[in-house]
Design a protein around this ligand. Structure first.
Ligand SMILES: *Cc1c(COP(=O)(O)O)cnc(C)c1O
Length: 384
């Protein structure tokens, strides 16, 4: 097969399965509204759970950071790209989350890749929840260590897999809140399974940090567990972008030596670290409390309304409220009808979600007003 035939066959296969992905340019994609030029839709597709991406204090913090440091970091953190803004943010994150150290990464995807690549060798084994995010499963499949997947949220199955002989070390991997289902992992049971097997636990809390737990400290603090490796990201509730790995001193020193995504990549702009730091101040303070309360009210309003209208709900009580449709074409058609009626929804299809579970991934935020939720319910009802 030539390159050309291989590529057109792959594209054709995607088209035939109604799984062809398109990106749509927007003039604003985060916050309450999604805008294309002067048209706007209520936005139920983003991950800006607290509405912070548009917060004036964050915009100002980024501007002030740029005025002070310029727009780029100028290099990898191992050369000249590690500013006092980066160091200060790492310290704030470590203090807030109760870990000795935090290391900043440019994205959650990079952080997950870096951790797994730096830790795992061919003697070792990764045991991850089947529904783990693509960045984790991708990292695992690139790693020389074999990957075993445990049944979603099943700590007993995790225990059974961890009990199988392994000549090296094992790493148990899960998420705080799952990105496509919105449900929470039973972290206490999972941490206990890892502890009993003498292995480490890595939790990716991309969707929990900022939105749940005491002062927004996330799923782990909320469930009273402290995994050896905690990954948090700043592109969701923090409204910015970037990620951090929280861990021990020794592990942070180890990643500083061996995490290639840190060493061979330009660090995030210092101004971005200033903006994330401002986001952290809001998240952990009284404004964060009231935004989380508003988000909680929106979730409750949505779930009550959906029940009244007999829309099928999942068990999720988080900001992610999927409406499972099943068929790809039907999910696409529903999203299209909702868009025609002013609500921006995204149809998630395989391979992002398991085959036969195409869905509308509805996300609610603190930026939505109660009438926005009512409008969404009406539109979903009509789009069936
Ligand atoms: C979004 C997400 C990531 C990737 O984080 P980015 O900062 O967007 O690269 C990683 N893990 C999970 C569970 C996510 O939902």
């Amino acid at each position: 097969m030539t390159w050309q035939t291989r590529i057109s066959a792959a594209l054709e296969e995607r088209r035939a399965a109604d799984a062809f992905r398109l990106r749509r340019p927007v003039s604003q994609g985060a916050g309450r509204w999604l805008m294309q030029g002067d048209r706007r839709w209520l936005n139920f597709s983003g991950n800006d759970y607290l509405g912070l991406s548009q917060h004036p204090q964050l915009v100002e913090a980024w501007q002030q950071g740029a005025a002070r440091y310029g727009v780029g970091s100028g290099g990898s953190g191992h050369v000249t790209g590690y500013s006092d803004a980066h160091a200060g943010l790492e310290q704030q994150l470590a203090d807030w989350l109760g870990y000795p150290r935090a290391l900043l990464f440019i994205s959650g995807f990079a952080a997950n890749q870096a951790v797994i690549a730096a830790l795992m060798g061919e003697e070792d084994r990764i045991v991850a929840d089947r529904l783990s995010h693509a960045s984790l499963l991708e990292a695992a499949s690139l790693s020389p260590a074999p990957l075993r997947r445990f049944i979603h949220n099943d700590a007993q199955h995790l225990s059974r897999l961890l009990a199988r002989p392994c000549s090296g070390e094992q790493l148990a991997v899960t998420e705080g809140i799952f990105s496509m289902d919105g449900d929470s992992a039973p972290l206490a049971d999972i941490a206990e399974a890892a502890r009993a097997a003498g292995t480490w636990l890595m939790v990716d809390d991309a969707h929990g940090i900022g939105v749940c737990g005491p002062n927004g400290r996330g799923s782990c603090a909320g469930q009273g567990v402290a995994p050896e490796i905690l990954v948090v990201t700043f592109g969701k509730a923090f409204g910015v972008s970037g990620a951090a790995v929280l861990c021990s001193d020794a592990l942070a020193d180890y990643f500083t030596q061996f995490a290639r995504h840190l060493i061979y990549s330009t660090s995030m702009p210092p101004a971005q670290a200033v903006a994330i730091s401002q986001a952290l101040t809001l998240v952990r303070g009284s404004e964060g409390e009231s935004l989380r309360a508003r988000l909680g009210e929106n979730v409750a309003r949505f779930r009550d309304g959906a029940r009244q209208r007999n829309l099928s709900l999942t068990a999720s009580t988080s900001a992610i409220q999927p409406l499972i449709v099943g068929d790809n074409a039907r999910a696409l058609a529903m999203a299209e009808r909702a868009r025609e009626r002013g609500c921006w929804l995204t149809a998630m299809r395989p391979p992002t979600v398991p085959a036969g579970t195409a869905r509308l991934r509805i996300t609610l935020t603190a930026a939505h007003a109660p009438q926005d939720i009512d409008r969404l319910l009406e539109v979903l009802d009509g789009a069936r």
